[in-house]
Ligand binder design. Structure first.
Ligand code: BGC
Length: 811
C-alpha cells in the first residue's frame, strides 16, 4: 500500500536548469515560518509544512486558526502494537492535511523513551526500537498514501528536552545502530519517508544540522534517502558547515544563516553549485510527490471520511490500556443508578499534551458527555473535582468574557503610546491560550478591557499570561500590580512556557468590567510578544473540595475517578522534574477508594506517573491523552469495548528503580553510558520489578497460550506461529509478543509481535515474522547474526512469557 510514486528525474533537471542561483538559494530557507517560496520559473508552488504528531496543526496562529482534527497521543497509537492501526491514523491525518492545503506533516517523532521524565515522551512512541519502528512504518505509509509527506524526527538523540538546543548526546556506534537509529532506518528504507528533520542537539561532538557523518554519510549514502533533510526550527547555526553536511532546508525563514551568506559561499567557491543543486532537486522531488509541481499530476486524494470522528474514537479505544481489573469493569449501565465522576481530569479533561504538537480541534468530547451517552438517562452522574493540580488557569471563555464595546465574546485591546494616546484598538476573540502580538515600536502599553460574567459569588481567580508589568483594576478594589519577565532568549520557551500570575478578587454574582494594563517587556531578541487571560470560578478550600468529593464517592454506587496530567505538565522544551502526580491527587485516590470500593481509576496522561495506590481501586485504566473523541472512547471502554492497548513503555514502581532517570546534561554532555539498557531490558538486567511491565495490558477476556512452532533460523529470519485460545465468554483482542533470549547474560529483547482477535472459546494462530536483520548484532563490519544458542519466549508482556523454545540452528 506504500505510495511508490515514480518521479521523472529528467523533468526535475529541466526545472532546476530554469532556476537562477538566487532562486535556488532562496528556496532553501523558508519563505516564512511554515511555507517555502514558490518558484514560477520551475512551476513550483509554495510548499506548506505543518506540525502533526497529534493531528495537522495548520500554518496559522491566533485568530486565524482553523480547527483541525485532534488524534490520540502517539503513546496511545503505539499502545495498539499494530502497524495497521498506525497506518489508519497516518492515513486519516494525511487526508485532513490534504484538505487543509498542507504538503508536509512534521511527524512522526521516533525518538525513544529513554527517561520517563522526557518532556516529549507523550509525543514519541516507545522505549523499544522495534515497536517504535513498526509503528512509524505503518504511520509514515499511511500519511504518504494520501500524497502528503511525513517527516521523521528528530534525527537523532533528541530523547529529552533539557538544554535540547545545545547538549551533546554521547552515544557509541553500537548503541546508535541497534537502539536509536532503527526507527529512523525503517521509516526511511521501508516506509520511504520523504522528509527527515535534523535535531537541535549534537551527537558525539557535532550538532545534528552539521553532522556530515550522520546526514550525508549514513542517511543519504548508506540508507539511500532521496528526500529532504529539514532543520528543526531555528536549529541551524552555520552556513557552510550545515550546507556541506547534508542539510537541505533551513526552517523557519525568511531570515537565517543561509540566504545571502550561502549565496556568497557559492560565489566564492566555498560551497559548489552542485551541492545547492542536489538540495533543490530534493525539494523539487518532494514537490512532485506531494502535487506541488505544475504539470505533474497531484496524487489522488480521497476526502476526509464522513465518519472520521468515530474512527478517531476507535483509535483511542485501541490504545487504552486496562492495567488492573478486579471484575468491576466492564460496567453494566442497567445495574447502575448513581455514578460519581470525580477528579481534576474529569473536569479539566486533557485530550492532548503541549508544545508544537498542540492542535486546536473543533470540539473535544468530555468524559462527562461520553459517560452520559454511554450510561443513559436512567443513571444520575455527580461531578466533583476534588483536587486542583493545575499550574495554569483555563483561558477566558466566550460565555464569561465580552468585549465592552462590541458585545462580542472576548476582549477589547487598546494599543497606547508612552503619553497615553490610544494608537489603535481592536476586538480579540477568546484565544486558546494567548494572543501572539507583533507590536509597533511606539506601543508602550496595552489596555485590555473585558466584561466578566461572574456566575457565583466568592473569590474569583484571574490570571495574566505574558512578560511585562501588569496592573489589574477591578471595580471596588484597589489595583493590584506585578512585574513578570521572560528570563531567557528562546522564543520557543516564550511560546511554550510564558510567565503567568494569578490574581484573586472577592466578588458577588453579576457582571463586572475589569481592566488589565499591560506594559510589555521590550528588547526581547524577537519582535513578538504574547498576552493571555485565564479565569477560574470560586471554590472551597482544598480540604472542603476533597471532603465533598469523598462524600460524593460514598453516596454513589460506582465511582469513576480521573486523575493525571495536562498540557502544561507534559510538553515540549521542558522535561518533568518528577514522576509524581501533581498536587493532592494521590491523597484524593486513597480517600475515594477507601470511601467506595467500587472505584475505577482512569489515568489521563501521556507518559508514566508513579501510582503508589495502584492496588487500591477495583480497576485501573490508562487512557493516555486520547484526543478529541476521548470522552466517548473512555466511556466505551468502561462499558465494555475491548481495551486494545498494551504498554509501550515500562511503568516504574519508584523513581529510584528507573534505569535512566536524569535528563540533565553534565557540562553540556548527555552520556548514554547505559548503552542499550533502557526500559524493560534494564529492569531485567537489574532484576527490578516495575509496577507494570512493558507490553502489559488486560483484555476483557482471558487467553490460553497453547503452543508455538518456530521455523527458519538466525541467518534467514524466523516465522513464529503461536496457537492461543480465547478462554473467556466474550470476543477479544490479544497482542502476542515474542522475545529473544540471546546467549550469555544479555537480557531478552522484543523481536516481533502480532495482534489477533478471537470470539469466545475460539482458538486462533498468531503469526510473527522476524526478518534476519532483527536478529543481528552490530559489529565493526556491520550487522552480523548473533552467535547462539538462543531461546525464544512468547507471551503477554516482557514479564509474562508463557511459552519457550530453542531457536533452530542454521542448517
Ligand atoms: C520542534 C519540532 C517542530 C518545530 C516546528 C520545534 O520546536 O522541536 O518538533 O516540528 O518546532 O513547530
Amino acid at each position: 500500500m506504500t505510495r511508490r510514486q515514480t518521479v521523472d528525474e529528467a523533468d526535475l533537471t529541466r526545472r532546476l536548469d530554469a532556476m537562477s542561483l538566487k532562486e535556488k538559494v532562496t528556496l532553501l530557507t523558508g519563505g516564512d515560518a511554515w511555507t517555502l517560496t514558490p518558484v514560477v520559473a520551475a512551476g513550483l508552488a509554495s510548499l506548506a509544512l505543518s506540525d502533526g504528531p497529534a493531528g495537522p496543526r495548520g500554518t496559522a496562529f491566533g485568530d486565524a486558526v482553523t480547527p483541525s482534527l485532534l488524534f490520540p497521543s502517539p503513546t496511545s497509537l503505539s499502545a495498539a502494537w499494530d502497524e495497521e492501526t498506525a497506518y489508519e491514523a497516518g492515513r486519516l491525518m494525511g487526508l485532513k492535511a490534504r484538505q487543509m492545503g498542507i504538503h508536509v506533516l512534521l511527524t512522526p517523532t521516533v525518538n525513544l523513551h529513554r527517561s520517563p521524565l522526557g518532556g516529549r515522551h507523550f509525543e514519541s512512541y516507545s522505549e523499544d526500537p522495534l515497536l517504535t519502528a513498526r509503528t512509524a512504518v505503518g504511520f509514515v505509509k499511511g500519511v504518504q498514501s494520501t500524497g502528503v509527506a511525513a517527516t521523521v524526527k528528530h534525527f537523532v538523540g533528541n530523547d529529552s528536552e533539557t538544554e535540547r538546543t545545545t547538549y551533546d548526546a554521547r552515544i557509541d556506534e553500537k548503541t546508535l545502530r541497534e537502539t536509536y537509529l532503527p526507527p529512523f532506518e525503517a521509516a526511511v528504507k521501508e516506509a520511504g519517508a520523504w522528509m527527515v528533520m535534523a535535531a537541535y542537539n549534537a551527537v558525539n561532538g557535532t550538532t545534528m544540522t552539521e553532522n556530515e557523518k550522520l546526514l550525508n554519510g549514513l542517511l543519504k549514502e548508506e540508507w539511500g534517502f532521496d528526500g529532504v533533510v529539514v532543520s528543526d526550527w531555528q536549529a541551524t547555526g552555520s552556513t557552510e558547515a550545515s550546507a556541506l553536511a547534508g542539510l537541505d532546508l533551513v526552517m523557519p525563514g525568511p531570515d537565517g544563516p543561509w540566504g545571502t551568506a550561502l549565496l556568497a559561499a557559492v560565489e566564492d567557491g566555498r560551497v559548489t553549485e552542485a551541492v545547492i543543486d542536489d538540495k533543490v532537486r530534493r525539494v523539487l522531488r518532494l514537490a512532485a510527490r506531494v502535487g506541488a509541481l505544475d504539470g505533474v499530476d497531484a496524487p489522488e486524494a480521497a476526502p476526509v471520511p464522513g465518519d472520521v470522528r468515530s474512527r478517531i474514537r476507535e483509535l483511542a479505544v485501541r490504545g487504552s490500556v486496562l492495567l488492573r481489573n478486579d471484575g468491576l469493569l466492564p460496567l453494566r449501565p442497567d445495574a447502575l443508578r448513581k455514578v460519581a465522576l470525580i477528579g481534576p481530569n474529569a473536569v479539566r479533561f486533557a485530550a492532548q499534551g503541549g508544545g508544537s504538537a498542540h492542535v486546536i480541534p473543533e470540539r473535544v468530547v468530555t468524559p462527562l458527555e461520553g459517560l452520559r451517552r454511554a450510561l443513559g438517562d436512567g443513571v444520575e452522574i455527580t461531578v466533583h473535582q476534588g483536587a486542583f493540580p493545575h499550574a495554569r488557569l483555563l483561558p477566558l471563555e466566550g460565555g464569561t468574557a465580552t468585549d465592552p464595546v462590541t458585545g462580542e465574546p472576548g476582549v477589547r485591546l487598546e494599543y497606547r503610546s508612552a503619553d497615553g494616546t490610544v494608537l489603535s484598538e481592536e476586538h480579540k476573540a477568546p484565544a486558546a491560550n494567548w494572543f501572539p502580538l507583533l507590536l509597533a515600536d511606539e506601543v508602550a502599553e496595552l489596555f485590555v478591557r473585558t466584561r466578566l460574567m461572574l456566575r457565583e459569588s466568592g473569590v474569583h481567580r484571574l490570571s495574566v499570561v505574558g512578560p511585562g508589568h501588569i496592573t489589574l483594576h477591578v471595580p471596588g478594589h484597589a489595583p493590584q500590580t506585578l512585574e513578570q519577565l521572560q528570563e531567557d532568549d528562546d522564543i520557543v520557551s516564550l511560546a511554550l512556557r510564558p510567565p503567568a500570575h494569578t490574581f484573586t478578587f472577592p466578588a458577588g454574582r453579576g457582571e463586572t468590567e475589569i481592566l488589565v494594563r499591560f506594559r510589555p517587556q521590550r528588547h526581547l531578541p524577537y519582535p513578538i510578544t504574547l498576552l493571555g487571560l485565564g479565569y477560574d470560578t470560586p471554590r472551597g478550600t482544598d480540604e472542603e473540595e476533597l471532603d465533598a468529593a469523598v462524600a460524593a464517592a460514598a453516596a454513589a454506587d460506582t465511582v469513576i475517578l480521573m486523575v493525571g496530567s495536562d498540557a502544561d505538565t507534559e510538553t515540549e522544551s521542558v522535561d518533568r522534574a518528577t514522576l509524581a502526580l501533581r498536587g493532592r491527587q494521590n491523597e484524593l485516590v486513597e480517600r475515594v477508594c477507601a470511601a467506595n470500593p467500587r472505584t475505577a481509576v482512569v489515568v489521563n496522561a501521556g507518559a508514566p506517573f508513579l501510582l503508589p495506590w495502584a492496588d487500591r481501586p477495583a480497576a485501573l485504566l490508562w487512557s493516555w491523552f486520547p484526543g478529541q473523541e476521548g470522552g466517548d472512547a473512555i466511556a466505551d471502554v468502561l462499558t465494555g469495548a475491548e481495551p486494545g492497548g498494551r504498554l509501550p513503555t515500562t511503568f516504574p514502581a519508584a523513581e529510584a528503580d528507573v534505569p535512566v532517570l536524569s535528563t540533565r546534561p553534565v557540562d553540556g554532555t548527555l552520556e548514554y553510558s547505559e548503552a542499550d539498557l533502557i526500559g524493560y531490558r534494564a529492569y531485567a538486567a537489574r532484576d527490578t520489578t516495575p509496577l507494570f511491565p512493558f507490553g502489559h495490558g488486560l483484555s476483557y477476556t482471558t487467553w490460553d497460550y497453547q503452543d508455538f512452532v518456530v521455523t527458519g533460523d538466525m541467518e534467514r529470519g524466523l516465522s513464529i506461529r503461536v496457537t492461543l485460545r480465547n478462554t473467556g465468554t466474550r470476543a477479544g483482542r490479544e497482542v502476542v509478543q515474542a522475545y529473544l533470549d540471546p546467549a550469555g547474560d544479555e537480557p531478552h529483547r522484543l523481536i516481533g509481535f502480532a495482534a489477533v482477535e478471537a470470539a469466545a472459546s475460539e482458538a486462533v494462530i498468531a503469526t510473527i515474522t522476524v526478518p534476519a536483520r532483527a536478529l543481528t548484532v552490530w559489529s565493526a563490519a556491520g550487522p552480523v547474526p548473533r552467535s547462539g544458542p538462543h531461546r525464544l519466549r512468547v507471551g503477554r508482556s516482557a514479564a509474562d512469557l508463557r511459552l519457550a523454545a530453542a531457536v533452530p540452528r542454521a542448517s
